[in-house]
Design a protein around this ligand. Structure first.
Ligand SMILES: [Zn+2]
Length: 163
């Protein structure tokens, strides 16, 4: 593993990490209040709140990826993806371009028997199920699966980085 990839090696304990998370939540709430409404986030009703909140934060680019943290002056030595370690870690990379994400979306496509799921951005990922020409119920299920799998990718990233 190249460079620094976990919070312990940069001296951040769980409390500091949690504080950073709460700061991020405050920023999200403020950004939500001043949000101009151009991109309307529709929740996936069939899935857990935490998955919806995760995808909503991803759409606002408010998740603590290495790249996002570097913009906020948290220096971890490098900004490589916590999963593949090959590319700069942005939320678009983690959910749309990372080799692990591509494998997951390929398997999900086969499992759901839908056209190959691929996304150029998180916003495209959110809208994908709506644009596949599926029936109402299938759209709801597909959107739910995409949201849950996005959250699972983030969880897998965090487990690899922190454990
Ligand atoms: Zn990656």
């Amino acid at each position: 593993m190249q460079g620094v990839t976990n919070r312990r090696s940069v001296g951040m304990d769980r409390g500091q990490w949690r504080e950073l998370f709460y700061q991020e939540c405050q920023t999200i709430i403020q950004s939500w209040r001043s949000y101009d409404g151009r991109f309307i986030f529709k929740w996936a009703k069939a899935v857990m709140k935490k998955c919806n909140i995760f995808v909503w934060r991803a759409a606002l680019d408010r998740l603590p990826t290495y790249k996002a943290l570097s913009y906020r002056n948290f220096n971890f030595g490098n900004t490589h993806c916590g999963l593949c370690e090959a590319w700069e870690e942005t939320i678009d990379h983690l959910l749309c371009y990372c080799q692990f994400a591509l494998e997951v979306w390929g398997l999900i496509s086969n499992w759901c028997k839908v056209e190959n799921l691929s996304f150029s951005s998180v916003k495209e990922l959110i809208l994908a199920a709506d644009n596949m020409g599926l029936g109402k119920k299938s759209t709801k299920v597909c959107k739910g699966i995409v949201f849950v799998m996005s959250w699972c990718l983030w969880k897998a990233r965090n487990e690899k980085v922190f454990d």
